[in-house]
Design a protein around this ligand. Structure first.
Ligand code: PBG
Length: 332
């Protein structure tokens, strides 16, 4: 059918009609809020490179999660920020570290929240790489038992889903086996499966103090040019026992998300990373973009592309505005 019989503008004639025709909606229940939790000697406070985000003490993380819960957010993803760093990242599996401490407190104080914890060595190693280093090389297999230890400590402390973000081969299988051996068969794995070596992580590395001291992450994270390889990463994580697959970053990789949605029936997560957040915040601060509208459009794009879960630093702000609108789409 062609014009003039066909007029697509009929579908957009009023706010009410547009609301009925709407194919995609974002709800606070879709969102996971990342939280940065500090160790004993690290100062809590605002993160300069991520306007609106803060490093939190354990107590502050509990209060933040409680207020997120009130706004309808049902998942938080924890990152540790510590000055306890060494060559192999030993403090990563210290049960008294910031993340296990926060997990225990959150399980107790905000029991309705689903707890995800980032499993990676880069915040705990003095060289800032995500695995064990020998010379200039990032070693795969020697890194696996360390990641498994870290995952078990997090799951024991209360993580519902451990979330390996290191991109070592075989980490999902090794973590699954370690969890099961420790009697943690109910603890799940959200795998950062298609994690690209991205310049969009810049602000996060500032926030978590995890920038690599030499080289880059190109030998373990994915190259930006490769979508088929990303699907192979997802396939192997699925076979190794991942419960949830993730694409990261979000907006620059929506094509990968679409392809993953067609191929996999597992829940799919997408991570709108620090650089995506800070770009929008910075432009909004300058008055070049309408912050809330740009935020909502970006979140909607992830749902339209097929994401079930959206990890976003905008989670709280979105949920706050959602509540103010009474959960209605008007204005979003
Ligand atoms: C740890 C990790 C990173 C992010 C999540 N987990 C940093 C990196 O890989 O360099 C990035 C998150 C963000 O930018 O918001 N490996």
């Amino acid at each position: 059918m062609v014009f003039p019989k066909n007029r697509l503008r009929r579908l957009r004639s009023s706010a009410a009609t547009r609301s009925l025709m709407r194919e995609t909606r974002v709800h606070p229940h879709d969102l996971i809020a990342p939280l940065f939790v500090v160790g004993a000697k690290v100062a809590a406070g605002p993160i300069a490179s991520m306007p609106g985000q803060r490093r939190l003490s354990v107590d502050q993380a509990v209060a933040e999660a409680a207020s997120l819960y009130q706004l309808g957010i049902r998942g938080v993803l924890l990152f540790g920020v510590t000055d306890q760093k060494d060559a192999i990242g030993k403090s990563a599996w210290d049960p008294k570290g910031p993340v296990p401490k926060a997990l225990r407190a959150l399980k107790k104080e905000v029991p309705g929240m689903t707890l995800f914890s980032d499993v990676c060595l880069c915040e705990y190693t003095d060289h800032g790489h995500c695995g064990v280093v020998k010379g200039q090389e990032i070693l795969n297999d020697p890194s696996l038992p360390l990641l498994a230890k870290m995952a078990v400590v997090h799951a024991e402390a209360g993580a519902d889903f451990v979330s390996p973000s290191d991109m070592m081969d075989g980490r999902v299988a090794v973590i699954r086996e370690a969890l099961d051996k420790a009697g943690l068969g109910q603890s799940g794995i959200m795998a950062y499966s298609a994690k690209f070596a991205s310049a969009f992580y810049g602000p996060f590395r500032d926030a978590a103090g995890s920038a690599p001291s030499f080289g880059d992450r190109g030998s373990y994270q994915m190259g930006a040019a490769n979508a088929r390889e990303a699907l192979r990463e997802m396939e192997s994580d699925r076979e190794e026992g991942a419960d949830i697959l993730m694409v990261k970053p979000g907006m620059p990789y929506l094509d990968v998300l679409v392809q993953a949605r067609r191929r996999f029936d597992l829940p799919l997560a997408v991570y709108q990373v620090s650089g995506e957040y800070s770009m929008i915040q910075a432009a909004a601060e300058k008055g070049w973009l309408d912050g809330p509208r740009t935020r909502d459009e970006s979140l909607l794009a992830f749902k339209r592309a097929g994401a079930d879960l959206i990890i976003s630093y905008f989670a709280k702000a979105f949920a706050g505005d959602f509540q103010k609108r009474g959960g209605l789409d008007e204005g979003a």
